[in-house]
Design a protein around this ligand. Structure first.
Ligand SMILES: CCCCCCCCCCCCCCCC(=O)SCCNC(=O)CCNC(=O)[C@H](O)C(C)(C)COP(=O)(O)OP(=O)(O)OC[C@H]1O[C@@H](n2cnc3c(N)ncnc32)[C@H](O)[C@@H]1OP(=O)(O)O
Ligand SMILES: NC(=O)C1=CN([C@@H]2O[C@H](COP(=O)(O)OP(=O)(O)OC[C@H]3O[C@@H](n4cnc5c(N)ncnc54)[C@H](OP(=O)(O)O)[C@@H]3O)[C@@H](O)[C@H]2O)C=CC1
Length: 548
């Protein structure tokens, strides 16, 4: 109920702004003067890479809704999974994430200008004609495209995250009207350090030499030497993002640049809808696995800071930084650590608690077991729980599937889950400290209206409410489950609970029977307990007879 009310409150707080597309030119003009950021983007031409991704879509939606008079939004898109660029964009604009902007500006898609591109190819595989159009028109670039997979082979991660960025920078250098270039990095680019300031740290290797090396080395050799090359970085993703930051910094003399470093980007806080999420990355897959009762134990340090940041907070900061970089042209290149830990900390243990309690109240459909999450940072304890509460039930279930003539699948799901958890545990078992002076400084420079429309003040974030919306968002938007199915899902959980009680009781009786048959001590304990119960019952009966 609280969540529903919250949704209403949030909706009404942004309603007056979101309807601006339907208002008259004069009204819109007046509103634009109130919001410097929204007004800045009106009339500008923007280029977004990674627009088909999780953050890119939210960025595009907010930009088109906040500044409906933006001149054009160019997006670099590649054909994928048998779909042409046009088909992908046509499907994308139908996505629920654009529902609000669709309502406000039914023709919003006319502003979107897709450009065929592949960031790993020479010149980004952009045609000469498209390239010319970009060079003569673009005012602001938002570079979001990247591979965010932790297990990406080094060569591919370098090709996309480093060389792709370099090529985009080369293109940007030639843009005649460029006012700002905003590069999206990650707060974990320097995760080999404990305290991370808003500065660029020296790269671990000379990027050019490394790129040359992997170009001619055999793939299998690169795989073999990857751990040595990445050193104390946990994966190729964070390593290549660190290298890219350095490259971006090298261009600071040529145009106005800012780098945004978000931590773990989660579902949205307010916009476009509370709890909006559309992929299984980061915590989302783990949260769903917990809600389905598949994941029963997870390796986290309960007291370590869970540096989650809502996607809309990141997008608001990105847009504000774009405006600030273009209009105020800071003398030094600004790096914005976009994190919550130092401002409004929250721990992994608390997340575990709130996730489970939300899914008990709002269960997912067809759960495998009752949601329950054992959280520990102890490797042995975690392995014990994995054996007892993951592998054993999975084997039993697969055995049951085999018996009923179906294909076993649970062990496969668990193996995949364990692989993901192993890759994520580096981030859940330790804490980092990020400074956030630049984010605070930028916030201080915003007008009250901008602070409201482009809110990135995470001090106002109420974690329990946010996690509740996150879980409900995952249910609605990721799993496409209807809230009207909750009574049936609760009924299913009750059934699972009864099955579990019956199973546990049977198991206990069997174990006890085995003990009694084999051990004199177990027999003695058994007789003692039985006689104690008998005495207690006799006493109870006698005392109740006297009272009558
Ligand atoms: C209760 C306690 C809470 C505690 C909660 C702890 C959370 C602890 C988070 C730490 C988070 C740190 C984050 C650092 C912050 C950055 O800066 S990193 C940016 C975020 N990047 C990531 O999170 C990438 C991590 N993921 C990966 O690297 C790869 O997905 C993995 C983990 C290696 C798995 O690879 P894979 O086995 O090949 O699987 P993958 O291809 O990813 O997925 C295959 C399919 O299964 C789907 N899928 C994936 N997971 C699921 C799922 N759970 N259910 C259903 N389908 C799924 C995918 O959508 C995909 O579908 P298609 O696209 O094929 O249709
Ligand atoms: N999500 C998170 O938790 C965090 C993300 N970040 C950073 O934010 C940015 C966006 O992340 P997010 O939206 O989550 O990532 P997604 O994986 O959702 O999106 C990645 C985007 O990059 C595009 N892309 C990938 N490869 C290529 C290629 N070869 N050519 C052209 N485009 C390509 C994808 O296009 P396609 O649809 O064709 O695959 C997609 O649009 C990244 O730079 C990431 O490092 C930083 C911190 C945390």
């Amino acid at each position: 109920m609280q969540v529903v009310n919250n949704h209403k409150r949030l909706d009404s707080s942004i309603l007056d702004h979101s309807t601006s597309c339907r208002k008259s030119g004069g009204q819109r003009e007046r509103e634009s003067t109130m919001s410097s950021i929204a007004a800045y983007y009106n009339g500008k031409t923007v280029l977004i890479t990674g627009a088909t991704g999780f953050m890119g879509k939210v960025l595009m939606e907010k930009l088109l809704r906040a500044s409906p008079n933006v001149e054009a939004v160019y997006i670099l898109v590649r054909p994928k999974a048998g779909q042409s660029m046009q088909e992908r964009v046509a499907n994308m604009v139908k996505s629920k994430v654009f529902d609000r902007v669709r309502e406000d500006c039914p023709n919003f898609q006319e502003k979107i200008k897709p450009i065929n591109a592949e960031l790993t190819q020479p010149n980004l595989a952009i045609s000469a004609k498209d390239s010319q159009e970009l060079l003569s028109r673009v005012n602001v670039v938002f570079h979001c495209a990247a591979t965010v997979r932790f297990d990406e082979p080094l060569k591919h991660a370098l090709l996309l995250n480093v060389m792709g960025t370099q090529q985009l920078l080369l293109l940007a250098r030639q843009m005649q009207k460029l006012e700002a270039f905003i590069h999206i990095s990650t707060a974990y680019a320097n995760c080999n350090r404990r305290n991370i300031d808003e500065v660029i740290y020296p790269p671990p290797v000379e990027t050019k030499k490394l790129c040359d090396l992997v170009e001619w080395l055999d793939e299998s050799i690169i795989q073999e030497i990857t751990p040595k090359l990445i050193g104390d970085w946990p994966n190729t993703y964070t390593y290549t993002k660190a290298l890219a930051e350095y490259l971006v910094q090298q261009e600071k003399e040529h145009f106005n640049i800012a780098i945004i470093r978000p931590s773990i980007v989660g579902a949205s806080w307010h916009e476009p809808f509370p709890g909006w999420i559309d992929n299984f990355n980061g915590p989302s897959g783990i949260i769903i696995a917990a809600g389905k009762g598949i994941l029963q134990t997870v390796k986290v340090n309960n007291d370590a800071v869970a540096d989650l940041i809502p996607v809309d907070v990141v997008i608001n900061l990105i847009l504000a930084a774009g405006w600030h970089t273009a209009v105020h042209r800071p003398k030094t290149m600004m790096v914005y650590n976009c994190t919550t830990g130092g401002i409004n900390p929250f721990c992994w243990g608390d997340i575990g608690y709130y996730v489970i309690s939300t899914f008990k109240r709002n269960p997912l459909e067809q759960a495998f077991r009752i949601p329950r999450a054992q959280t520990t940072s102890n490797h042995l304890i975690n392995q014990y729980w994995i054996a007892v509460s993951h592998k054993a039930p999975a084997m039993l279930y697969d055995f049951y599937l085999r018996l009923t003539g179906r294909k076993p699948r649970m062990m496969k799901i668990f193996n995949r889950l364990h692989k993901s958890m192993m890759l994520l545990e580096y981030f859940t078992c330790q804490s980092w400290e990020w400074s956030s002076e630049n984010m605070n400084m930028l916030m201080a420079q915003l007008s009250p209206e901008d602070r409201r429309l482009f809110n990135f003040d995470v001090r106002q974030l109420h974690w329990s409410e946010y996690i509740e919306n996150y879980c409900i968002g995952a249910k609605k938007y990721l799993l496409n489950e209807d809230m009207s199915g909750i009574p049936a899902a609760k009924q299913h959980l009750r059934k699972l609970r009864n099955i579990q009680y019956a199973f546990n009781t049977t198991l206990l009786v069997i174990i006890w029977r085995i003990f009694i048959a084999r051990s004199q001590m177990a027999r003695n304990i058994w007789y003692f307990v039985v006689s104690l119960c008998y005495k207690f019952l006799s006493y109870f009966r006698a005392s109740s007879t006297i009272r009558h």
